[in-house]
Design a binder for this molecule. Structure first.
Ligand code: AMP
Length: 380
């Protein structure tokens, strides 16, 4: 087991908002943070003690980060696994590179679920271009074709209604392994965020209910309004995956709920957008627990205080001439987070708002109201 002393460096690969929020938690415990990111003004680079500005694959930069840090973590999935494996010979890397390699590839993810006996949508896959014709045997439509790697926020996937459309889509992404899965007419999407520490203890944050817009998370609500059976099953699936993959740190599993079933959609080996509301709603947030786990501290016993909802603030909002921050923040028990990104592009996550209330419905209403307040009656 590794244990850091106050003042030691945590090295973070990736400088986005997840890294920034990890750093807030690390700072409360007296750790220092170093970041590797090509953008010298990334959300984490703005607040890190040390920033190494270089491409993620830059050998020298990676070695500098490893030399400085007592432990290495990452805040996005597309880190090179061989690179992490080579760092892990020098420094502990959490979550472990094998877990990352599974989560980077939808084929591996789905086969892992199969091995553990966890349900997923029906699927077929093709590793190579030559194997693609076998996907035409998939007789269930509508279906979704996805690149096995590199897709996020709905990118790298295409819905097909019939065989003709499927043939057309199979001509795309020539260099990528592909997976085809049946389109799931789900009732609701949910996620389980949990943290596992080096003593193999697990703390979960219950189940979040998630709503997407154009493939990007829009609103999360906690606790999810689902049956006890679904809740228990989703949490038990997520715990099984975390234990099987020997997780250390925070991880997220996303599911579709269809009737009385939960189907695993995908995993993220890191804190997750749907867990942002844990900052205000739980005793210890997903970021607090992640830092505890990777630094060798015991997890906090984390219960939920009040129901909560989170709404993302995307760059599109910034198309309005001015945003009425005051009006949004006039609403009680709403919490604004902005990530310090200078350039508000469409679809870019610039920040989020969390609201606490007496019920999940009231929290969801309040957080939407707060977000809408940003764009009504802008101040002169
Ligand atoms: P993913 O990148 O796999 O999380 O997909 C992004 C979003 O697309 C999901 O959150 C769902 O809303 C939708 N989606 C993905 N796969 C399926 C599926 N098999 N059936 C229905 N909707 C899907």
């Amino acid at each position: 087991m590794i244990r850091l002393d106050p003042g030691d460096y945590i090295g973070v690969i990736g400088g986005g908002q997840l890294g920034r929020m990890m750093a807030y938690s690390a700072y409360e415990l007296g750790y220092r943070v170093a970041v590797l990111d090509p953008d010298s003004d990334s959300p984490l680079a703005q607040i890190a003690h040390r920033k190494i500005t270089a491409p993620y694959g830059d050998r020298e930069a990676v070695e500098e980060l490893a030399a400085l840090s007592s432990v290495i973590t990452y805040e996005f999935e597309n880190v090179s696994v061989p690179e992490l494996e080579s760092i892990s010979r020098q420094r502990p890397v959490f979550p472990n590179p094998r877990l990352l390699s599974i989560s980077q590839n939808r084929i591996n993810e789905k086969n892992m679920c199969r091995r553990l006996g966890l349900k997923t949508a029906n699927f077929l896959w093709a590793e190579t271009y030559d194997q693609r014709p076998s996907l035409l045997e998939f007789g269930r439509f509508p279906a979704i074709v996805k690149t096995a790697r590199g897709g996020y926020d709905g990118k790298g996937q295409s819905r097909v209604e019939n065989r003709v459309e499927l043939e057309e889509v199979l001509g795309r992404w020539p260099d990528m392994p592909l997976i085809i899965e049946e389109f799931v007419p789900y009732d609701v999407e949910i996620s389980v965020v949990l943290t596992r520490d080096q003593q193999q203890d697990i703390v979960d944050f219950g189940v979040m209910e998630n709503y997407h817009r154009q493939g990007i998370l829009d609103v999360s609500i906690s606790p999810a309004r689902i049956s006890e059976h679904i809740r228990e099953r989703a949490i038990s699936y997520a715990r099984q995956i975390a234990s099987d993959l020997d997780l250390v740190g925070t991880m997220t599993v996303e599911f579709f709920v269809v009737g009385n079933e939960v189907l695993v959609n995908e995993l993220a080996p890191r804190p997750h957008n749907s867990g942002h509301l844990t900052i205000e709603a739980f005793d210890y947030s997903q970021f607090d627990q992640h830092i505890r786990a990777i630094t060798g501290l015991p997890l906090g016993l984390s219960g939920q205080g009040r129901p909560a909802a989170m709404a993302n603030l995307l760059g599109d909002l910034w198309l309005h001439e001015s945003l009425n921050w005051k009006k949004a923040m006039d609403i009680t028990h709403t919490y604004l987070h902005l990530y310090g990104k200078a350039e508000p592009r469409s679809g870019r996550k610039m920040g989020h708002i969390t609201a606490l209330a007496e019920t999940p419905e009231a929290a969801a209403r309040k957080v939407r109201q707060a977000r809408e307040a940003l764009t009504v009656n802008p101040p002169l």
